[in-house]
Design a binder for this molecule. Sequence first.
Ligand SMILES: *[C@@H]1O[C@H](CO)[C@@H](O)[C@H](O)[C@H]1NC(C)=O
Ligand SMILES: *[C@@H]1O[C@H](CO)[C@@H](O)[C@H](O)[C@H]1NC(C)=O
Ligand SMILES: *[C@@H]1O[C@H](CO)[C@@H](O)[C@H](O)[C@H]1NC(C)=O
Ligand SMILES: *[C@@H]1O[C@H](CO)[C@@H](O)[C@H](O)[C@H]1NC(C)=O
Length: 657
Amino acid sequence: MVIGFIKKSELFRWILLVCLLLSSSCLCNAYTPADNYLIDCGSSSDTTVGNRVFISDSKSSKYLSTSQTILAYTLKSITDSDDSTLYQTARILPGTSKFTFPISTSGRHWIRLYFYPFVYQTYNMTSADFTVSTQNHVLLSGFGVTTNVLKEFSVNVTSATLEIVFSSSKNSFAFVNALEIVSVPDSLITDDANTIDPAGGFQGLSFQALETVARLNMGGPAVSFENDTLGRTWVNDQNFLVESNLATNVSNIAAVNYVAGGATEDSAPSSVYGTCTRMNSENDTTSNFNVTWEFSVDPGFQYLLRLHFCDIVSKSLNLLYFNVYIDSLVAKRNVDLSSDFPTLGAATYNDFVTSSNVGSKLRVSIGPSSLENVNPNAILNGLEIMKMNKSDGSLGGLGSVPNSSSNSKIGVIVGITVGLLIAILFAGGVFMFCRRKRRLARLALSKTWIPLSTTGGTTYSMGSKYSNGTTTTIDSNMVKGSFGYLDPEYFRRQQLTEKSDVYSFGVVLFEVLCARPVIDPTLPREMVNLAEWAMKWQKKGQLDQIIDSTLVGKIRPDSLRKFAETAEKCLADFGVDRPSMGDILWNLEYALQLQEAVQQCDPDENSTNLIELSPQVDNFSQPDNSVSNHFEESIVDDLSGVSMSRVFSQLVKSEGR
Ligand SMILES: *[C@@H]1O[C@H](CO)[C@@H](O)[C@H](O)[C@H]1NC(C)=O
Ligand SMILES: *[C@@H]1O[C@H](CO)[C@@H](O)[C@H](O)[C@H]1NC(C)=O
Ligand SMILES: *[C@@H]1O[C@H](CO)[C@@H](O)[C@H](O)[C@H]1NC(C)=O
Ligand SMILES: *[C@@H]1O[C@H](CO)[C@@H](O)[C@H](O)[C@H]1NC(C)=O
């Protein structure tokens, strides 16, 4: 009668196996953007800026087709920052010239163009007048500069090459001092945002070319590109404040918390989230005014505004409520930052798209909420304003997109992209997928890792396969922000560590408990990512609401609590806060003992209280006979030729018969 039981040795084997797999797959390599072209135009030698090397003009000439080679230089140094030397040389580009860059991974890329006009021989660059465009977008038209300027764009490149065309009229010429083409993490800009007038949702950001109009660190010093993971520059907001006496600065960098589902260090560094401009209302609880910033913009375009928030001013949760206005319209009313993330100092941001009838000034305001019994206060930590292209694809006032002649080899690109994604996923120890087995569904949950090998050697796709025969590929799940198993710290540090493995393992623990895929794009948005979803419930102390229905009422609450706490610790935002694998084993064993306790005390419950963990790893060991009754043959057959497929684990909930 008694069949179910917990095999500790099996649990250990299973866990050790996971650890082994994860650690062997940890590449621990420093991150490099997939595409990273840095060119110091006109320069005869490479130029090092911070930790980046801009290659010389001659090394980059293979990317350029132009009618003449005119390399210009000036001895005048224009800024005292590290990138000053980039501005001292330039390429003069008469007529029409084209840079062509092979793109290894499609997705958003920075295009940064450095300009500083000086006089070289007969070329007076202040009189240059030209247009810069890509295959799909006009970036600049009728453009000329009188001072040093860094123009930053980001475009989603889905073709095999990115072409940047400089063209000028017969009597003029184009020039450029330096340029960067650098991959941007997909998660940085998602497809959707909020609209303001009328309030609603905007979709289609993926297709927008964006030009950075402003990037501000509220209440704090400028943050240089060297102190930003994505090479961005943030400037202080003081010059944009309409009435600076109404505002005051706060700095509390230690208070910043990057929480799961919120902003990451790639969204903005802690030097941005850790400072803010707040209402100067401290001594007056009846204050009623707005703090307003004003920006000059080109009318007739839509703008994407990203407002960064992090409550570094409150002593506890639910004290700060405020309103946010964009262009005199309410963007958000009664904002309570602690309602999204019940963690003080959680870094987060909101994206808004304006309507197209923005005038030549764009205003952003924060002010007190209308709620009663709330002290008037309002904060803003950072602000980015990005110009969106018009319906013809243009960001410039005039020109239109030139006819595209690129034969985009989309298949190849997709293949390479998927391959790279998989390499990344693999590096993160991410090859685990679950399969619900129908026959055991009532009582058993089995976890199966299924790397699916597909077409021609270099490309892999990974799927979670269900017994009903549906297969979902993971690449469709990849912007919306998370790689499921992959350590969010990886996105900040671009490094995988042992603690990244711990994170992945924590996700596996939740997966086991909740019996659902780690990423399920068919679910409502807040449920798509298991790690976020589970943590939300765990934080509320109500994880039991979302556990596998077959476990409900059978798993002991204290065992569940221990198990969940262990998983939660694994998902700590910072690697240093995560437990060691040793600690995890210890905790899981403790959870197991708590579960076992009931088995010994209450014989009636015997048959239903049991979690049985057993590895089914042909190469390692054969399961005990007593155990093998309880699980099905795996679907290894589906995966012939993939050695990883022989390695997976099962968590089987047994029941007496
Ligand atoms: C780029 O565009 C493609 C469609 O052309 C889309 O599938 C992809 O998600 C976009 N990437 C980003 C980062 O927006
Ligand atoms: C980067 O940040 C550190 C610490 O805030 C600061 O000391 C350093 O000057 C910054 N570097 C640059 C180039 O701004
Ligand atoms: C703040 O600005 C908004 C938009 O311009 C306006 O409607 C609101 O009345 C202002 N609030 C205060 C207190 O001035
Ligand atoms: C920007 O250009 C894309 C084509 O590249 C187009 O689909 C989109 O509608 C344009 N955006 C706006 C706001 O018109």
